[in-house]
Design a binder for this molecule. Structure first.
Ligand SMILES: Cc1cc2nc3c(=O)[nH]c(=O)nc-3n(C[C@H](O)[C@H](O)[C@H](O)COP(=O)(O)OP(=O)(O)OC[C@H]3O[C@@H](n4cnc5c(N)ncnc54)[C@H](O)[C@@H]3O)c2cc1C
Length: 419
């Protein structure tokens, strides 16, 4: 079967399913469950995990059928774009059976507990401790910048299980229940005006040994898998529905969708890629398409998109070779934050002083303003631009590592200097 034929047969099958089942009056929870059971929620994921095991173009065709019927998309967020791919790769069958259904049907929200006040870029330097107590681990420490933690039922957590090993080696990866005594979540207000981030204080919180993901001391490797998916803009778990809000599953989908459509949220806009449509509208409405500076900037954006497509092909090749995105994915992450800044600058140039307006007077329900305020975060979240450049230099181009890095990698964590 040739690619276009398979694409069209999958498209017809998916289209038929959506036409028969999509009903905006169903509750959100019911719709997401139905979508997950049908396998059209995440078409490229395995059967039983909300998917149908479809490959590239076939999965895209199924997604297109959803868009063409204007059916509401599957759940989106840390659970689907970070936890699911990591769990499918490293989870035991028991862990997958326990957690995947709640993820693919949007019933359980998750958060990512990696960054700490003293270790963001230097994530391997983390200080949160996990100490064994019978069949459980006792977790003590502090995490920060944990997006959506205030709504999360579970978290993916990395903690130090052996301080007397080099920093990359004494880390273990856990699945933690966020709704327990010992987990204190405190929201932080951002410059966007939203409070998506949180500080998370862990005071003798408990994790069962059965919720260790991957081997003891292998947490760094497991976390790198999670981060490679976070940096991959082609991640099939990254959808176009609200990623960080608290969804009321009992609401009819059309009510939920209308709340979402009126929400001013630069974070979700950046994740969904929906800003391109807004930028095009701004250029049309302001009539600035002929402005030489803006035309030049648009050409720059086009060039970045071409580079991104080229890099995307390399990433797809690396996924085929190793099963998971390789370090090449950092080129996409870097280009993504550069494109974000370029889109912001073009839009603000076109809007002129109107770009400074907030509230009702702002362009596009304040969405472009919110996006502009969010763009600096794109160069930080999931690893900063500088860190991506280091990864590209060292792991893709084979350049020498940073000075002192080799020695740091061999010294036990407990002997490393810390601020
Ligand atoms: C929107 C958003 C959402 C986030 N969500 C989460 C989340 O859900 N869970 C989570 O765990 N974390 C989250 N983060 C945190 C994010 O991963 C960290 O902010 C990031 O890794 C940088 O760490 P830091 O803030 O400690 O900065 P630092 O590591 O202190 O970096 C400060 C500056 O130093 C530079 N720098 C540091 N080391 C090097 C080096 N070796 N070479 C060159 N330059 C260097 C950095 O590039 C940066 O400019 C989020 C961040 C953002 C912005």
């Amino acid at each position: 079967m040739t690619e276009p034929e398979s694409r069209s047969s999958v498209y017809s099958e998916a289209l038929e399913w959506y036409e028969n089942n999509w009903d905006p009056n169903r509750s959100l929870g019911e719709w997401w469950k139905l979508l997950a059971e049908s396998g059209w929620a995440f078409p490229s994921w395995p059967v039983g995990f909300g998917g149908q095991g479809l490959k590239g173009n076939e999965a895209k065709a199924a997604k297109q059928a959803q868009r063409d019927t204007e059916a509401y998309g599957p759940p989106n967020g840390v659970a689907t774009f970070l936890v699911a791919p990591t769990l499918m790769h490293y989870g035991t069958p028991e862990q997958q059976r326990r957690y995947m259904p709640g993820i693919v049907s949007g019933q359980d929200a998750w958060c990512q507990l990696f960054s700490e006040p003293g270790s963001g870029s230097d994530m391997a330097g983390l200080a949160t401790r996990a100490e064994r107590d019978g069949d459980e681990w006792i977790i003590t420490g502090q995490k920060v910048w944990s997006s959506g933690a205030q709504f999360a039922k579970y978290g993916i957590l990395i903690a130090r299980t052996d301080p007397h090993l080099p920093k990359h080696k004494g880390i273990t990866y856990f699945l933690i229940d966020m709704q327990q005594e010992g987990v204190d979540v405190r929201p932080l207000r951002e410059m966007t005006g939203d409070a998506v981030f949180n500080e998370v204080f862990l005071s003798e919180a408990r994790v069962s040994e059965a919720d260790r993901l991957g081997d003891l001391g292998e947490g760094w490797r497991v976390a790198m898998t999670t981060l490679s998916h976070e940096r991959d803009p082609e991640n099939p778990g990254m959808g176009d529905t609200d990623a960080f809000g608290q969804a009321d599953l009992s609401l009819p989908v059309h009510e939920h969708a209308s709340i979402e459509a009126n929400k001013v949220d630069g974070f979700s806009l950046a994740l969904s890629g929906g800003v391109t449509k807004i930028l095009n509208e701004i250029i049309e409405e302001t009539g600035k398409g002929d402005d030489p500076v803006i035309r030049q900037q648009l050409m720059g954006l086009l060039e970045m998109r071409r580079n991104s497509k080229w890099s995307g092909e390399r990433v797809v090749a690396s996924v085929k070779a190793g099963g998971q995105p390789g370090p090449e994915v950092s080129t996409l992450k870097l280009l993504g934050s550069e494109m974000g800044r370029q889109i912001r600058d073009i839009g603000l140039n076109a809007l002129g002083s109107a770009g400074m307006l907030t509230g009702e007077q702002a362009s596009h329900n304040e969405l472009f303003y919110a996006y502009s305020m969010f763009t600096p975060a794109m160069s930080i979240a999931g690893g900063t631009d500088e860190v991506q450049k280091n990864i590209i230099g060292e792991r893709v181009l084979g350049l020498p590592r940073e000075p002192g890095e080799a020695q740091q990698r061999e010294t036990n964590w407990s002997e490393l200097p810390r601020s």
